[in-house]
Design a protein around this ligand. Structure first.
Ligand SMILES: Nc1ncnc2c1ncn2[C@@H]1O[C@H](COP(=O)(O)OP(=O)(O)OP(=O)(O)O)[C@@H](O)[C@H]1O
Ligand SMILES: [Mg+2]
Length: 405
C-alpha cells in the first residue's frame, strides 16, 4: 500500500495521520512546502520519502511535480486531510488513474454554493441562497431572499469574512469589507443551535459517527473576543433530539457521493425542531475535534482513518463513553501572558475530568484569536453526563482568566 499524503507536517495534526498510515502498514510519500530538514524526527520516521514543493496552493504545479517525482514508482492512494488540498489530491488521483473520490465529487464538498445545490436537489433542507460576484448581484439577491441574511465567501474557512446582515445598510457595510473576496454566497440566516455531524466513511457509509455542539454558535464566538468558545461532543447519539440531524447527515453523504474517509458537517436545529444543512467538508474537523472524538470513545481515529482509506476496514470500538468538551481561552490584554487566574483552583476541584490542559504558559506571546480558533490554548475535559460536561466547561469559560500585557 503506497500512499502519497499531501501536507504530512502541517497543520500539526497531519503528523498524526501520517503516523496512522505508517501504523497500518502503508509506505508514506509526503508532499509539503517545508524543507525536509525542518520536519520533526517523530514525523520523518513515518515517511519513506518527501517532496518539497515551492507552493502547495499551486494545484497544477503540485500535480506536475508529484507526477514527475513518482515516475517509475507505484502509487495506490493519493490523500489529503487539509481542506485546501482535497481538490489537489483528487486531481492527482485522476492523473494517476487511482481509486478514490473524483474531482467533481470533491467539488461538492468544497464549493459552498454547489454543495447546497446538490444537497437541495436531493430534497434536503438548505438555507435559501445565491452565489454573488458583484455588488449588484448581492443587492438583487438580498431583495429576492429578504433579511436577515449571511454573507460569506464561497470557499471560506474559520468564519473569515462572514457577516450577518439585517438591512440594506448592513449589507453595504459588509460588502465594503469583502472587496477582496472573488465570490460570495448570500444566504438565509438560520436561527437555532449549531451542531457538527462527523463521520469516517467506507464507500460513503459511516463506520463512525459523531455529533458535537457549538456553544455558542461559531459566528458569535468568532466575532466576540471575550467569549471562550466551547465545543462538546455528544455521548448519547440515540436521543430523539438528534435523530433528524443524524438522518440529514446520512442523506447529505449520499447526495454528494461521499467515498472513503472523514467528513465534517455543520447543521442547525431551529427552535421548531426543523433541521437545516449548514456546510460539509470531506476531511476531518480541525481545532482538536478528532482528539475530542478520540476521548469520547477512547480510540485512535488517526489510525482508524488510515485503516479505512488503505484497507477499507474500521476496527475500533464505537461505544461512546464520554461527552468531551474543549474550551478555548483568550487572554485579556495584548502581548505576553502574564498570569492565569483560577486554573489551580479548578484543577484541584475538577482535575479528574480534565484530559488535556494546554493553556499558553506565562511568558508566551498571545496567538491571534481571529486567525486561529485555538486562541491562547485550551482545556479538554470529559464526563459521562452531558449536563455536567457543559457545566464544567462553563466554569472553565467563566472562572479561569488569562491576562496578557
Ligand atoms: N445561513 C446561516 N444562518 C445562520 N448562521 C450561519 C449561516 N451560515 C453561516 N452561519 C454562521 O457562520 C459560521 C461560519 O459559516 P460557515 O460554517 O459556512 O463558514 P466557514 O468559514 O467554513 O466556517 P468554519 O471553517 O469556521 O467551519 C457558521 O458556523 C454559523 O455560525
Ligand atoms: Mg463552518
Amino acid at each position: 500500500m503506497k500512499v502519497v499524503f499531501l501536507a504530512p507536517g502541517y497543520p500539526p495534526e497531519m503528523q498524526q495521520y501520517t503516523r496512522g498510515l505508517a501504523e497500518v502498514g502503508a509506505t508514506v510519500y509526503g508532499v509539503g512546502d517545508a524543507p525536509v530538514a525542518s520536519l520533526p524526527p517523530s514525523l520523518k520516521q513515518h515517511l519513506s520519502d518527501y517532496l518539497q514543493v515551492p507552493s502547495l496552493m499551486d494545484e497544477a504545479g503540485v500535480v506536475d511535480r508529484v507526477h514527475a517525482w513518482m515516475r517509475g514508482r507505484e502509487v495506490d492512494r493519493v490523500l489529503a486531510n487539509w481542506e485546501i488540498l482535497v481538490l489537489t489530491a483528487a486531481r492527482l488521483r485522476e492523473r494517476f488513474g487511482l481509486p478514490g473520490m473524483s474531482y467533481d465529487a470533491v467539488q461538492g464538498f468544497r464549493d459552498k454554493q454547489l454543495m447546497k445545490e446538490r444537497v437541495a436537489a436531493a430534497g434536503l433542507r438548505v438555507p435559501l441562497s445565491a452565489r454573488v460576484r458583484t455588488m449588484t448581484d448581492a443587492r438583487d439577491a438580498a431583495a429576492r431572499l429578504g433579511y436577515p441574511l449571511v454573507l460569506k465567501p464561497i470557499a471560506g474557512a474559520g468564519s473569515a469574512d462572514t457577516y450577518e446582515v439585517g438591512s440594506d445598510r448592513e449589507l453595504e457595510a459588509a460588502l465594503g469589507k469583502m472587496l477582496h473576496v472573488g465570490e460570495a454566497s448570500l444566504e438565509e440566516f438560520i436561527e437555532g443551535e449549531e451542531f457538527t455531524y462527523d463521520t469516517v466513511c467506507i464507500g460513503g457509509k459511516p463506520a463512525f459517527v459523531n455529533v458535537a455542539q457549538y456553544l455558542p454558535k461559531p459566528l458569535i464566538a468568532r466575532t466576540n473576543e471575550w467569549i471562550s468558545p466551547v465545543i462538546v461532543t455528544v455521548r448519547d447519539l440515540a436521543q430523539p433530539a438528534l435523530a433528524a440531524g443524524l438522518a440529514l447527515g446520512g442523506h447529505v453523504l449520499d447526495a454528494l457521493g461521499m467515498g472513503d474517509g472523514f467528513t465534517h458537517m455543520e447543521w442547525f436545529r431551529k427552535p421548531s425542531g426543523e433541521v437545516v444543512f449548514g456546510e460539509i467538508g470531506c476531511r476531518p474537523g480541525g481545532a482538536c475535534l478528532v482528539d475530542q472524538m478520540n476521548y469520547t470513545c477512547d480510540i485512535d481515529l488517526f489510525r482508524e482513518w488510515a485503516r479505512v482509506v488503505c484497507w477499507g476496514r474500521f476496527e475500533a470500538p464505537t461505544r461512546r463513553k464520554y461527552n468531551a468538551a474543549i474550551i478555548f481561552k483568550r487572554a485579556i490584554g495584548q502581548g505576553r501572558i502574564t498570569r492565569i487566574v483560577g486554573l489551580s483552583e479548578f484543577m484541584r476541584r475538577y482535575g479528574e475530568h480534565v484530559v488535556e490542559s494546554k493553556l499558553l504558559p506565562v511568558g508566551s506571546k498571545r496567538r491571534n484569536w481571529k486567525h486561529t480558533l485555538i486562541s491562547d490554548g485550551h482545556i479538554l475535559l470529559r464526563h459521562p453526563d452531558f449536563a455536567t460536561a457543559c457545566e464544567l466547561a462553563n466554569i472553565v469559560a467563566t472562572q479561569i482568566t488569562m491576562y496578557a500585557e
